[in-house]
Ligand binder design. Structure first.
Ligand SMILES: [Zn+2]
Length: 474
């Protein structure tokens, strides 16, 4: 199967500076990009293509990666607005999550994934910590398989001080992770992967963290952890251990390129230095940090120190949408206002964070920055460039995960600089076409992978019944 995309404005995000082909063409063969070039497509490619997509007035770019969400919260969005983190958890997230069953989880997962696709995300990392029913991990993986996007389930856990329904013993965590690894890692032609998702430093004991990170390293999969999200949590860590979050993780020996610190809002300079020195990743959720009044993360300092920073929406409970194009604008504007420097983050910077660093979070090259982080045995995530979608931008041989964004709207025209229009003007509603692994999941703003109207009806019904059962007031 070959698809030729022609007449579009191609942002490869490859090379330095990244190329913009205006116009240009992309040829997809099966699950890979077979050719890419400026101007009109060569006649022989055109003649041989099974499908031709006209991308006139559209930007063609690598799919965005939503590097941190909690899909189950689609049913909870808007229920606990205008609260800081800890009261927000208690008011709606815990009671609704505790009452949610596996079939509701499946529907909430489908809804959240369709929303992600609609707003240009081809890959999603779901920090899934709902274990009220032992089939919920499966439910989210089934949803990802049925939708067809790239998906990492970073299975969340806590072993103390968290809501009892979400708490597990170390043995339960390891048994569940082993089952998940065997059932889903590498499933759906490799689109589904697993990661460890310890929830928060204050709910995860040092011993269990060390045990699970050792296992993750053996399997060659990453660990994904909320860190230094609020000032209050850093104070809790100082009171309990005498150390700030990153220094505590450092003492446990778990910093490294396979560790993803979500939020990283409250860091001091010595923590930034250790994150950079160990090759640890950061995942930035600007809308959530504003929504919960958590603070402004030091993203410019982290990037300047050489830290790869991916972007994410966070769960729909604290956003309340999953719009990655909107996230680009919040990321850029948040850093400008935080540093009082209008050049703090440029459109090209945030696109790179969302695509290139995002892909690194999904398929980390568990490499040589720190010997500690290298998996000692088992399956490695390493491989050719082509096995790491978008990691080097749109280049021949890479996986065909890309999106077409419609620029022909009153919100955007005239377009002088495409990266600027994508970051400062576009939102999720402008995404026209989404392709993952060479398969078209949305075309002409119509989702092709399922019946969207029927899904919305089912979700409305299921969320209403869940709300009643959970006893949460609107
Ligand atoms: Zn989160």
């Amino acid at each position: 199967m070959t698809i030729l995309i022609e007449n579009g404005i191609i942002l490869t995000l490859a090379g330095a500076p990244p190329a913009i082909l205006d116009p240009g063409y992309v040829l997809i063969q099966d699950d890979r990009i077979a050719a890419i070039g400026p101007g009109d497509a060569p006649h022989d490619l055109r003649a041989a293509a099974d499908q031709i997509m006209d991308a006139t007035h559209m930007a063609v770019l690598p799919g965005l990666v939503n590097a941190h969400t909690h899909l189950f919260q689609t049913f909870i969005r808007g229920l606990a607005d205008d609260k800081p983190l800890l009261p927000w958890l208690a008011a709606a997230i815990w009671p609704m999550g505790a009452a949610m069953g596996a079939e509701e989880a499946y529907l909430a997962g489908l809804l959240g994934l369709v929303e992600n696709i609609r707003s240009g995300a081809t890959a999603v990392i779901d920090n899934q910590y709902l274990h009220s029913d032992d089939r919920t991990d499966d439910a989210f993986c089934r949803a990802a398989r049925d939708v067809g996007c790239r998906f990492t389930i970073a299975r969340g856990w806590a072993d103390h001080d968290y809501h009892p329904v979400f708490q597990e013993t170390p043995e339960q965590v390891i048994a569940a992770m082993t089952a998940l690894h065997d059932a889903w890692h590498g499933a759906a032609e490799g689109r589904i992967r697993i990661a460890f998702g310890p929830l928060i430093p204050w709910g995860c004991s040092a011993e269990t963290l060390q045990r699970t990170v050792a296992l993750a390293r053996q399997w060659g999969v990453p660990t994904h952890l909320h860190t230094a999200e609020t000032r209050e949590e850093v104070q809790m860590s100082l009171d309990a251990t005498g150390l700030r979050h990153v220094h505590w993780l450092d003492r446990l020996g778990i910093l490294g390129p396979d560790l993803q610190l979500v939020h990283a809002v409250w860091l001091d300079d010595s923590e930034i230095e250790r994150i950079a020195a160990t090759g640890t990743m950061v995942i930035h959720c600007p809308v959530s940090n504003m929504y919960l009044a958590s603070g402004i993360a030091p993203i410019v300092k982290l990037l300047r120190a050489g830290v790869p920073v991916a972007l994410a929406t966070d769960g729909p409970g604290s956003n309340n949408s999953q719009d990655m194009l909107e996230t680009l604008k919040f990321a850029a504007c948040g850093q400008k206002v935080g540093t009082l420097d209008a050049t703090a983050l440029l459109p090209e910077d945030v696109l790179r964070m969302a695509c290139v660093y995002g892909a690194q979070a999904v398929t980390p090259a568990l490499g040589p920055v720190s010997d500690r982080a290298r998996p000692s045995s088992g399956r490695s995530e390493g491989g050719s460039v082509g096995d790491r979608p978008q990691q080097q931008g749109l280049i021949p041989g890479a996986k065909a995960d890309l999106i077409l964004v419609d620029l022909n709207s009153p919100r955007m025209q005239p377009v002088w600089r495409v990266p600027s229009a994508l970051v400062y003007n576009a939102n999720g509603g402008d995404v026209d076409t989404v392709i993952v692994d060479g398969r078209v999941l949305m075309r002409g703003k119509r989702v092709t992978c399922l019946d969207e109207a029927a899904l919305l009806d089912e979700c409305r019904r299921a969320a209403k019944s869940l709300l009643k059962r959970a006893g949460v007031a609107v």
